[in-house]
Design a protein around this ligand. Structure first.
Ligand code: ACK
Length: 379
């Protein structure tokens, strides 16, 4: 798609090969709003090496962004340019960064986020007799009403954390009913890993309109855990710290492939936060909340919370603990409880992800190998 302005900018070295003219992008319906921007479905015409029209997802900032928000959005785009492609990471396709509105163009992932998927299945679990192919809930997710029909991830997940050198005084949330007896402690983690699995639970909803099966069973949950570990292993290899790994930021496509998305907070290497900003408190590790230090090991902590979200079919972590109680709660050795449908082996992995000492936590590579079906296990 020829655009003189973009061509000239590229010739002058003011734009790189990822730059796409606005005229090549036709914005369609809104897919959803994250904490930091809006995502639309869009049609791209002859974009970069893609002949003809391609359905893509386009992220842009909300109206009237601050200078900081613009700078962060542009730095997210810069980060994505270097990430490379992996089937468990949302593919970055191009961008419009010469002129506003700035756009980030990504592969379109057809089934929305994992949290909504899990919650939809949980909702169905509560309603007996819905295991048949003609059940109307099979149409809960028609392609054109995806965002309308699913529970939206809450921006309440992000709370303002002060920058380094300032103590994080977290304001209390509505829930203050601290009952630590409902939570496990991190003791006794040293057990050797056995073949991990989620307990037998099978649930199937067949979407007869779109031939997409919403199955949640032992194998599927395990496979989700493996795919997320695989995508994160790819980022870990490149020393990229995601900093916002959560089920709401994992997307699912029509082939049940999971893709890590939302790199808005991502950074290279170990990162110390120096600005006061909104962060996903309940997915953060102890050192991230207390010292503002982020690394692959804090991503590992978040991965443990994602396993817990998968095991609980999309519950919200620490429902009885207020924001200000979370750090003392974790420092006292308390952790999220074992979800009912997850075996002690999977729970052992979660507890290892939540070890207080970052260096003692596993790597994504190690987790991928443990979860991988090819691995042989010792009792
Ligand atoms: O569940 P969703 O429809 O999936 O709601 C969120 C929303 O945008 C805000 O993040 C959707 N979304 C984000 N990135 C993509 C993408 N690459 N393809 C399709 N949908 C996306 C996400």
């Amino acid at each position: 798609y020829v655009d003189k302005y973009v061509e000239q900018s590229q010739a002058l070295g003011l734009a790189d090969i990822f730059e796409v003219p606005h005229s090549a992008i036709h914005i369609g319906r809104m897919l959803g709003e994250g904490a930091f921007g809006r995502v639309h479905e869009a049609t791209a015409i002859n974009m970069r090496r893609m002949r003809g029209t391609t359905i893509v997802a386009v992220k842009q900032l909300k109206a009237n962004p601050s200078a900081d928000e613009v700078a962060e959005f542009l730095s997210e785009i810069e980060m994505l340019k270097g990430v490379g492609t992996h089937h468990n990471v949302v593919c970055f396709l191009g961008c419009c960064t010469i002129r506003a509105p700035y756009l980030m163009i990504m592969e379109y992932v057809g089934r929305g986020n994992l949290l909504s998927y899990l919650r939809m299945v949980r909702q169905e679990l509560g309603q007996p007799k819905s295991r048949n192919a003609n059940h109307p809930t099979g149409r809960l997710l028609p392609a054109n009403s995806r965002s309308a029909s699913l529970p939206r991830p809450q921006s309440v997940n992000y709370i303002e954390l002060k920058a380094s050198n300032q103590s994080n005084e977290l304001e209390s949330s509505a829930s203050t009913n601290n009952s630590s007896s409902q939570h496990a402690t991190s003791n006794g983690v040293g057990a050797r890993l056995q073949k991990p699995s989620f307990a037998e639970t099978t649930y199937t909803i067949v979407d007869d309109e779109e031939s997409f099966e919403y199955i949640l069973d032992n194998k599927e949950l395990h496979n989700f855990a493996l795919q997320i570990a695989n995508g994160m292993r790819f980022l870990e290899e490149q020393e990229i710290t995601h900093r916002d790994l959560a089920a709401r930021n994992v997307l699912i496509d029509n082939n049940k492939t999971l893709k890590i998305s939302d790199f808005g907070l991502s950074r290279h290497g170990i990162y110390t936060n120096t600005k006061t900003r909104k962060l996903p408190l309940r997915w953060l590790s102890i050192e991230a909340i207390r010292d503002n230090v982020y690394s692959s090991k804090s991503d590992i902590w978040a991965y443990g919370v994602v396993l817990w979200e998968i095991g609980t079919l999309g519950a919200s972590p620490y429902p009885t603990i207020s924001n200000s109680e979370l750090i003392p709660f974790l420092l006292a050795g308390n952790r999220l409880e074992r979800p009912e449908i997850c075996t002690p082996q999977v729970y052992t992995i979660m507890l290892q992800c939540w070890l207080e000492e970052p260096e003692e936590r596993p790597t994504f590579d190690a987790l991928y190998k443990v979860l991988s079906p090819k691995t042989t296990y010792v009792d």
